[in-house]
Ligand binder design. Sequence first.
Ligand code: SAH
Length: 411
Amino acid sequence: MREKTKYNGNAPGRQNSHKKAERQKNNGCPYAKKCGGCDYQGTSYEKQLKEKQKLVQKYVGKFCKVQPIIGMEHPYHYRNKVHAVFDIAKGGAIISGVYRAGTHEVVNIDSCEIEDEISGAIIRDIRGLLRSFKIKTYDEDTGYGLLRHVLVRRGFHSGEVMVVLVLGSPILPSKNNFVKALRKLHPEISTVVLNVNDKRTSMVLGDKETVLYGKGYIEDTLCGCTFRISPKSFYQVNPVQTEALYRKAVAYAKLTGKETVIDAYCGIGTIGMIAAKQAGKVIGVELNRDAVRDAVINARRNSVKNIQFYQADAGKFMVGMAEEQREAGRAGGGADVVFMDPPRAGSDEAFLSSVVKLAPRRVVYVSCNPETLARDLGYLTKHGYEAVECTPVDMFPWTKHCETCVLLSKC
Ligand code: SAH
């Protein structure tokens, strides 16, 4: 596994040759203008980290000390999840790639500097197989055709690969032979799932799923725990940096083995499961049904017995917990540590006000959006918490996005 480095003002992974330095500067991407996926084309990695440090300083610096950002040594091909949309170009050639920024026009992509290379090769080879299997690509305007998207996820640690074929209708002709041909080219594929999305929607995955080959999920290892990941479950896209982030989050929690811990917005249970080894008990809460199913199985898989998962809206769940505690006549004591890792929109007042009522000693807030993080920190710091420190982690090199982990403690 690749090493992460702590950013200390020098370019992480500074390399000697001019060619490599140039690559660091411009990411060498021929699709940059059309794709729009990377915000920092033409900006050195060192500069990107400085920008992100500044961004977190701007939003979070008013609440606490911002530690130096943890950058990547090799900020390339870090994405373990690759998605491609399929279409026909004007001349009739089958293309696959991304939508041109702000449009529904597909830009054909042959290789991407930030995505996993094996996953990229699988998508290219699927494109190459379609004609001989008479599989048509789906036309968004007419609803005619079959293949809409392909999603590939690879466990960087396990090497397991999941291919999800997203179709506009349920029947894939010669499906067994197609899978055979694909696995002949890529024996590393461990499972193939057919997903049906027959809606006119910008969502990639539909509700219906059939496993064409293998187990229907992959497994991967993070911080010594093994996790099962289903097609619809959230899994961090940059495993190298995820380990750095989780280690920081668990270190901030200062667990001694006795605490009751809440892992809110827990996905497949990653943070909670890693923390469980050092806690009394862990309660995980997550909205996505498939992710909760994965989390329950993951706990068993890792023989973690002191963790329980609930499928619920995190805000409503916390209101319920605070209510139970009030009825029991206890002030505080329901939880010692709360980990929270909400989506980009941040948390909500139902959740935050219940955290205040439950009164945990520490809150560890993991955020992928400094703006909503600052809003939520504003609430918590007005209601009895102080932000102690934060560490930005560069989970998404070449994009402007930045992950941040904040420690809050009860005043
Ligand atoms: N902590 C996990 C997941 C973080 S992503 C990890 O590191 O992998 C945010 C998660 O919040 C997603 O799994 C999403 O399904 C879940 N989520 C979104 N809205 C939610 C809500 N209102 N209540 C509970 N979970 C929610």
